[in-house]
Design a protein around this ligand. Structure first.
Ligand code: NCD
Length: 313
């Protein structure tokens, strides 16, 4: 695997391999010193043109736990403010000698462009509304660990909310269905993509009807910064029709889990107390995210990824 741009680059075998290697890194993360020398001497750059808390810190932590050197690029304090183009910025950074670039950008397709310009490995950390493959990987890993079925095959996942603007939804639908899950999108028509042709999903506008039948309910934030028109009468109305309130959460089967990629808007798509229920695995998604990103960086950059011995402290 040279780059990780889309879940489609991985296929079922690639996802399975990342899951297997993630198990080793979960074990590493539980050690008193959660650090291995696997990527000593490698340099990984975060190139984030959009705000991020989780994804940026998660990649940075993953790189550090693998003993890689990290560089952080932040648009607000860079020469982008002086008019430097994306291509010149990328070539400047590459000239310093780097092994991988983790890219987040508001425009779909930017990680593919970057991959054409550099020799370094490129990882898509979210491009516009398009894809967010490492989020999908950590979501698959979390479902396998947290749902009693320990597998996605045959599970029913409802993805609820602003699917239209969600790169997480696009990558999750690809990954969940590749691993054999059924997916139902639950949203008002204005928050669904204009065409769902080719999406292997069902659609519902009735959350109360769907919840009793799901194994996983995956909530999405209203991505207002990506919306250019008024798609909803009001957030209150959205919460009334689609929010995971306590009353609605009680409709879930006993072993169903609640997921969210973050950042959450408590009181909008998810009631504050539902986010804190034992069945809500949102912070475990974050914890697994570090191990999944360690696995991805390791598989892409280690001299010999088959050599498990490098995981010995
Ligand atoms: C998401 C993102 O930025 O794509 N968050 C994340 O990476 N965990 C989802 C969002 O912005 O709502």
């Amino acid at each position: 695997m040279r780059h990780l741009l889309s879940v489609a680059d991985l296929g079922v075998d690639g996802i399975e391999e990342v899951m297997r290697v993630t198990d080793s890194f979960v074990e590493v993360s539980e050690r008193s010193i959660p650090k291995v020398p696997a990527l000593r001497g490698k340099t990984i750059v975060s190139l984030f043109y959009e705000d991020s808390t989780r994804t940026r810190l998660s990649f940075e932590t993953a790189a550090k736990r693998l003993s890689a050197d990290t560089m952080n690029f932040s648009v607000s304090s860079s020469s982008v403010k002086k008019g430097e183009s994306l291509r010149d910025t990328v070539l400047t950074i590459e000239a310093m000698g780097i092994d991988a670039v983790v890219v987040r950008h508001a425009s779909a397709g930017v990680p593919w462009q970057v991959a054409n310009w550099v020799d370094a490995a490129v990882i898509n950390a979210g491009d516009g509304w398009h894809e967010h493959p490492t989020q999908a990987l950590l979501d698959c890993y979390t479902i396998r660990k947290e749902h009693p079925a320990r597998s996605l095959a045959g599970l029913h996942v409802a993805i609820v909310g602003d699917v239209k603007h969600s790169r997480v939804a696009r990558s999750d639908v690809l990954a969940f269905t590749l691993l054999g899950a059924r997916v139902t999108l639950v949203a008002p028509p204005t928050l669904l993509p204009p065409s769902l042709e080719g999406w292997p999903v069902k659609v519902s506008h009735d959350i109360g009807g769907v919840l009793p039948d799901v194994d996983v309910v995956y909530l999405l934030r209203m991505q207002k910064e990506r919306q250019t028109e008024a798609l909803l009468p009001s957030l209150r109305e959205y919460t009334a029709m689609y929010g995971l309130t306590r009353r609605r959460a009680a409709l879930l089967p006993d072993d169903a889990i609640v997921m969210h990629p973050g950042p959450m808007n408590r009181g909008v798509e998810i009631a504050a107390e539902v986010a804190d229920l034992p069945r809500s695995v949102i912070t475990r998604q974050v914890a697994n995210g570090v191990a999944v990103r360690m696995a991805v960086l390791f598989l892409m950059l280690a001299a010999n990824p088959k050599e498990v011995a490098v995981l010995d402290g």
